[in-house]
Design a protein around this ligand. Structure first.
Ligand SMILES: NC(=O)c1ccc[n+]([C@@H]2O[C@H](COP(=O)([O-])OP(=O)(O)OC[C@H]3O[C@@H](n4cnc5c(N)ncnc54)[C@H](O)[C@@H]3O)[C@@H](O)[C@H]2O)c1
Length: 313
């Protein structure tokens, strides 16, 4: 019987988490409908994990997935601000109703702890930098609302039902396996993919907007800590690097690392995007023992290597 359930385990972050748990010798079940994730992300783990094809919006399917597990890493969601602007109802149904289903199922199955993939987008355009968890969230997109409501539900399930939950507000996680080809793809895989094919990276807006880009190994590390840390039930933590990089700087950094000549092209900015973002990670450092182990340049180097191997093959 699996000990850990990873919802969204076929996705970018979920698949790395599944891999880390398997490497630790843990028994893992994955629950996913492969809508934005891909079965190939965990194909190399076939035979060592259980896979359940199911939809977060169906409580009975979630009940079955949760049965018998001790810990749930709830990564499954419909990600991206732009996707939620295009279809807010679908984002709401998957991210809010789906999260509520996971919490109800976990409560009823006696799960020890649910670790929830929250989002830095909850902060919206609050002018204060870095963002600390004490700031009142101001979600600026349907996606941000859904992720924030999910973390509110987590806290309330701890307070009302005694189900232990921990919410991790990810700040722009990047790394291998991130899909570069969708119109909703994140900026780092898009830039690497563009340079790899001799194309210009497309920058939305003036490129001076900034983000706290965080390598995937840091997010995995945070999840494993959050699973067993004492005295953190019902808490929310920022998970980032605590550094800010503009999109213009990011494009030139990746261009230099890939020895690419193509110059960026500028397009209009997208509604719902926030201007600046940087995490205050002191709470995670103090209460989880979290450190940003892999900094931006090393993470970019590993990610570029992965894309080179994949697209050369
Ligand atoms: N990548 C980031 O920078 C970032 C930042 C903040 C928060 N997050 C959150 O982290 C989590 C993982 O994001 P990701 O970047 O790996 O995205 P992803 O799209 O790669 O992973 C999401 C997974 O959820 C699955 N899923 C979607 N709808 C589902 C449904 N109805 N039923 C079952 N499974 C479903 C998808 O198929 C996919 O495998 C999400 O909850 C996302 O909101 C990500």
């Amino acid at each position: 019987m699996a000990h850990y359930l990873v919802t969204g385990g076929c996705g970018f972050i979920g698949s790395h988490l599944v891999e880390a748990l398997v490497q630790k010798g843990e028994r893992v079940r994955v629950f996913d409908n492969c809508s934005t994730g891909k079965a190939e992300n965990i194909a190399h783990l076939q035979g060592r994990i259980e896979f359940v094809d199911g939809d977060l919006r169906e409580l009975e399917a979630v009940n079955q997935a949760v049965a018998g597990v001790s810990y749930v890493f709830h990564q499954g969601a419909r990600p991206s601000v732009a996707r939620s602007v295009a279809d807010p109802i679908l984002s709401n149904n998957v991210n809010i109703n789906g999260t509520l289903n996971v919490l109800v199922a976990a409560r009823d199955a006696g799960v020890k702890r649910v670790i929830y993939a929250a989002s830095s987008s909850a902060y919206g355009n609050i002018p204060t930098l870095p963002r600390s968890e004490t700031l009142a969230p101001q979600p600026a997109s349907p996606y941000a609302i859904t992720k924030y409501v999910g973390e509110c539900y987590c806290r309330v399930f701890t307070q009302v039902y005694g189900l232990e939950t921990v919410a991790l507000r990810y700040f722009n996680i990047f790394g291998p396996r991130q899909d570069p080809t969708s119109q909703y793809s994140a900026v780092i895989p898009k830039f690497i993919h563009a340079y790899l094919h001799g194309n210009s990276p497309a920058i939305e807006g003036d490129g001076e907007q900034s983000r706290d880009f965080t390598y995937i190994a840091n997010a995995v590390h945070a999840n494993l800590l959050a699973c067993h840390a004492e005295g953190v039930a019902g808490e929310v933590f920022n998970i980032g690097c605590g550094q800010q990089t503009s999109i213009n700087r990011l494009a030139s950094l990746i261009g230099e690392m890939m020895e690419a000549d193509a110059k960026p092209v500028y397009t209009s900015s997208r509604p719902g995007d926030v201007r600046h973002s940087r995490a205050d990670i002191r709470k995670a450092q103090q209460l989880l023992g979290y450190e940003s182990k892999v900094e931006l340049k090393t993470g970019l180097c590993r990610t570029i290597d992965w894309f080179l191997r994949r697209f050369d093959a």
